[in-house]
Design a protein around this ligand. Structure first.
Ligand SMILES: *Cc1c(COP(=O)(O)O)cnc(C)c1O
Length: 393
């Protein structure tokens, strides 16, 4: 076997990806992230980032990051437990736990790593993990790395979750794992019902709130706040890489002993470098700034509502969720994709998703609204949709 053998395999695979129109072309931005971005020398209104509160790319975040770098320097060349823990890491862990209303928080380089470092630390072959079928790839992979029994319940289907909980027997621990907000539809997980079932069957609850934190809840604490379940969640993972600034970095917020145990045993924490100081500084800024600026969330909600209302008036089918992820549904896969392309030519950046990323017949353009958008931006977006695509019959 040599690279030539692998090369032949890869060439076939890549061709097959192209043949299915699934090849991902990366758009190269010539500007910072924001409401308006530049690609190929062309200015576009951006409706496909996770920059829900409009903080990414702003001068204030950059300044907070710069100040942290001035104080703490760039690069630690160490994991946390050897010589990679600075005051700013402890400060961010405390601020994150306090922002979320959890006892403690442990930092990770990404939410993917937080999820991977969670399940294998707590759950063994004596345990069972019950996971929503539409959970994020990082939860799926994290669960695969354990030796626990795995059960997959139908998306947000509480009857099926209950059946799965009933079917587990003789296990030491059971844990229900769910996204707080599901990224393809903007569905908000029914955490109160999930926690009721967890109580009934003696299960723990793990929520990955990457798309919820900063967005949902009166104080932007996320899906647990929105659903009144903060005190009932055992493990809450999330990222600083979306609404909370957008660069990266993440956390697992949990109870005191669980956090202590993660610092002892979580492999993606122990054997991976400390979170960059510049990111920690920006995340601290965001956690302080967001509660003091409720107008960000108010704008985000007003924009989201306005967009949904205007799209419905124009005859389009949009989902009913309150979350700024707003899929616009199309009957034909090819129309979703060609519409996104035509929108790009008209100065609007949105992305079309078709099978197998979403089920057959559920092709969509996923619009993501931000607090940074103006009412005029959204009016223009709806006008372009109406001019380019005929609504799904
Ligand atoms: C985006 C996302 C992640 C990955 O977050 P990173 O910090 O970029 O690794 C994990 N889980 C969910 C549910 C996400 O939406």
């Amino acid at each position: 076997m040599s690279y030539a053998d692998l090369q032949a395999i890869l060439q076939t695979e890549l061709q097959s990806i192209r043949d299915q129109s699934l090849y991902k072309e990366e758009h190269v931005l010539q500007s910072p992230q924001g409401r308006e971005i530049t690609i190929d020398g062309k200015k576009l209104l951006n409706f496909c980032s996770n920059n829900y509160l409009g903080l990414s790319g702003t001068g204030s975040l950059r300044q907070a990051s710069d100040e942290a770098l001035q104080t703490w320097g760039f690069g630690l060349a160490s994991v946390r437990f050897i010589c990679g823990t600075q005051g700013i890491h402890k400060e961010l862990e405390t601020a994150t736990a306090s922002f979320l209303g959890m006892e403690d928080a442990v930092l990770y380089s990404s939410c993917f790593m937080a999820n991977v470092g969670l399940f294998q630390t707590f759950f063994t072959d004596e345990d069972a993990i019950i996971s929503d079928e539409l959970n994020h790839a990082s939860i799926i992979d994290a669960v695969r790395l354990t030796k626990s029994e795995r059960l997959i319940y139908q998306h947000m289907d509480m009857a099926d979750l209950e059946t799965k909980l009933q079917s587990v027997s003789g296990k030491r621990l059971k844990v229900i794992a769910t996204d707080g907000v599901f990224s393809m539809d903007g569905h908000i997980a029914p955490l109160a019902e999930i926690c009721d079932l967890a109580d009934k069957y003696g299960a723990l609850v793990m929520v990955d709130d990457a798309h919820g934190v900063g967005v949902l809840g009166t104080n932007s604490k996320g899906t647990p706040e929105q659903t009144g379940t903060i005190d009932r969640i055992d493990f809450l993972t999330g990222t600083y890489g979306k609404a909370l600034g957008g660069a990266g970095g993440a956390y697992t917020a949990t109870k005191k002993e669980a956090a202590e145990f993660l610092r002892q045993r979580s492999r993606t924490y122990l054997f991976s470098n400390a979170l960059d100081t510049g990111i920690a500084g920006a995340a601290l800024f965001a956690l302080d700034y967001i509660p003091k600026h409720p107008e960000l969330r108010e704008n985000l909600y007003a924009n989201t509502q306005f967009f949904r209302q205007e799209m419905k008036k124009a005859g389009f089918t949009v989902s009913e969720s309150e979350h700024p992820i707003t899929p616009v549904m199309f009957a034909e896969e090819s129309i979703a994709v060609s519409t996104a392309k035509a929108m790009f030519d008209e100065g609007i950046f949105v992305v079309g998703f078709s099978f197998p990323v979403v089920p057959k017949g559920k092709a969509r353009i996923r619009v993501q609204i931000s607090a940074a958008h103006t009412k005029d931006d959204i009016t223009l977006l709806v006008e372009k949709f109406a001019a380019i695509a005929s609504p799904k019959a």
